[in-house]
Design a protein around this ligand. Structure first.
Ligand code: ATP
Ligand code: MG
Length: 483
């Protein structure tokens, strides 16, 4: 087991009779692709996560195919296909919303580009772009533009000095060694429905173990994101990370700090938006990896005495996981608000103390924390802007009378802000009575709402008078009346 590079022995071949993977569990479109490749005289295998998931008995989220056909040959076999990626080309064969990814076997020197994730986190139209973006990372290191990167993180395993780009495609027994974990390196052969196992993956799946292929230190140095992937599979599958794959975390975790923030964002989404975010968080923390992804949050959690930020994270992640289980939409912006709440509150508190108005203080604190966070996980503005608004709106829940309270109900970001209010109340960071009040007022009819908010109003802005409505609503005091 764990042979270096392309000096592979022959695989253990598990015959159809000796494994539980049946064609009935395989997507019809994936079968079509496999059969057509085979009929065209090529080798065709399912590979990676789908084989692993079928062996465990869970529904794979996508089906990846590996073949000895070149990308151009694949392209010619499938009219519904297109080639993606610049340096290492893959074919996407499209069947309506489903895409089957077909990768030509890669040689030992060729980088293992992360395969695009087509699980619905990104919208349909984004898929090709997502794939291309990932491919831009080229190498799993995120810096594969040239093979001779400094600082020992290069892919230059090729002692023969061959240029890597001249040596891209290979055979299955070269392809296997570049994969990360033994459980991810099984091939299902459409020829006779057998499973090819070069690395002891079947046994590791049976033992529910995550084990790296090859020397752990080398494999993590090649691509530190594999540490996060190990944790993701631990969280997702309930496997445990083999001691040999866990021990290097202590010394190598800091290599995550050199990974491009955009790639970490991608990995973050896979860890937190796929229904096991709560477990991912606990495991990242237990393994000492959280501090490399969310340094400010990790520091805050280590220091906080009231446990509020942790309680809010636990509630927020449980909530998100429940939504995923129900098939409802989830957004990274809400998760960022949850995960950064501790550091944001601390930074806002300093500003409150120096007399800054609450909403302004919060918005300002968010900017500070996001700027720090962006050095690790890049938070796109499409997430950080609405997150800032959601957080800066929180003080408005304290105002329960008058037009501005009524207007708040119609605010485009009200719902997200309210969901966050509930979390804060649940975590002990807000008076539960306030959360209950806003829950009730939403259930009331518009007349009841006006009556209730008006009736409870003591302030001047409940007086019936005309004034222009402000948009945005970050000002605390109502604007002076017109006229
Ligand atoms: P999931 O169920 O989350 O899709 P997966 O195992 O299919 O899990 P992908 O990220 O879709 O994971 O990758 C597909 C396959 O590509 C993996 O099973 C693995 O064989 C290989 N792979 C992906 N990323 C890496 C990497 N960083 N290093 C080595 N091999 C990788
Ligand atoms: Mg996959």
């Amino acid at each position: 087991m764990n042979q270096p590079n392309d000096r592979a022995p022959s695989p253990v071949i598990v015959a159809r009779a000796d494994h539980p993977v049946s064609r009935a569990q395989i997507s019809g479109n994936a079968l079509k692709v496999l059969y057509r490749l085979r009929d065209g005289g090529h080798q065709a295998f399912l590979v990676g996560g789908c084989v692993r998931d079928l062996l465990i008995g869970i529904q794979p989220k996508d089906f990846d195919v590996a073949t000895d056909a070149s990308p151009e040959q694949v392209r010619r076999l499938f009219r519904n296909s297109r080639l993606i990626g610049r340096r290492f080309r893959l074919a996407h064969v499209r069947f309506g919303p489903q895409i089957i990814e077909v990768a030509t076997f890669r040689a030992a020197g060729a980088p293992m580009a992360p395969e695009p994730d087509l699980d619905g986190i990104t919208g349909d139209d984004d898929e090709a772009h997502a794939a291309e973006d990932l491919d831009e990372f080229g190498d799993v290191n995120g810096n594969v533009a040239e093979p001779d990167e400094p600082n020992g993180r290069d892919r230059a395993h090729d002692e023969r000095g061959r240029l890597l780009r001249d040596n891209v495609y290979g055979t299955i027994d070269q392809d296997v060694w570049r994969r990360d974990f033994t459980c991810n390196a099984l091939y299902y052969n459409i020829e006779d429905f057998s499973i090819w196992d070069y690395v002891g993956g079947v046994e590791d799946i049976r033992a529910r173990t995550i084990r790296l292929i090859g020397d752990p230190l080398t494999r993590y140095r090649e691509d530190p994101v594999r540490m996060l992937r190990a944790v993701r599979f631990e969280a997702k599958l309930g496997f445990s990370i083999h001691e040999t794959a866990r021990a290097p975390f202590a010394t190598l975790a800091e290599l995550l700090e050199h990974i491009p923030p955009a790639r970490l964002l991608d990995e973050f989404q896979k860890l937190f938006l796929a229904g096991f975010g709560g477990r991912s968080f606990d495991l990242l923390r237990a393994h000492g990896l959280l501090e490399h992804l969310f340094p400010e949050t990790a520091r805050h959690l280590a220091e906080e005495v009231d446990g509020m930020a942790l309680a809010l994270i636990n509630a927020g992640l449980a909530n998100t996981d429940a939504r995923v289980a129900e098939g409802r939409s989830v957004t990274p912006m809400f998760l960022f608000a949850v995960l950064l709440f501790g550091p944001v509150s601390a930074a806002a508190q300093k500003r409150f103390d120096s007399g800054m108005p609450p909403a302004v203080a919060i918005a300002d604190a968010v900017d500070e924390v996001v700027a720090q966070q962006n050095r690790r996980i890049g938070i796109p503005k499409r997430f950080s802007f609405p997150m800032r608004e959601l957080l800066a709106l929180q003080p408005r829940f304290h105002r329960r009378e008058g037009r501005r309270a009524l207007g708040f109900l119609a605010h485009p970001r009200f719902r997200a802000a309210y969901d966050f209010l509930l979390l804060r109340a649940q975590a002990g960071a807000e008076d539960p009575e306030i959360a209950r009040w806003w829950t009730e007022i939403q259930a009331a009819t518009p007349e009841q709402q006006r009556e209730r908010i008006g009736a409870e109003a003591g302030g001047q802005d409940s007086a019936p008078r005309r004034r222009r409505r402000r948009r945005g609503g970050r000002r605390r005091a109502p604007p002076p009346a017109e006229g």
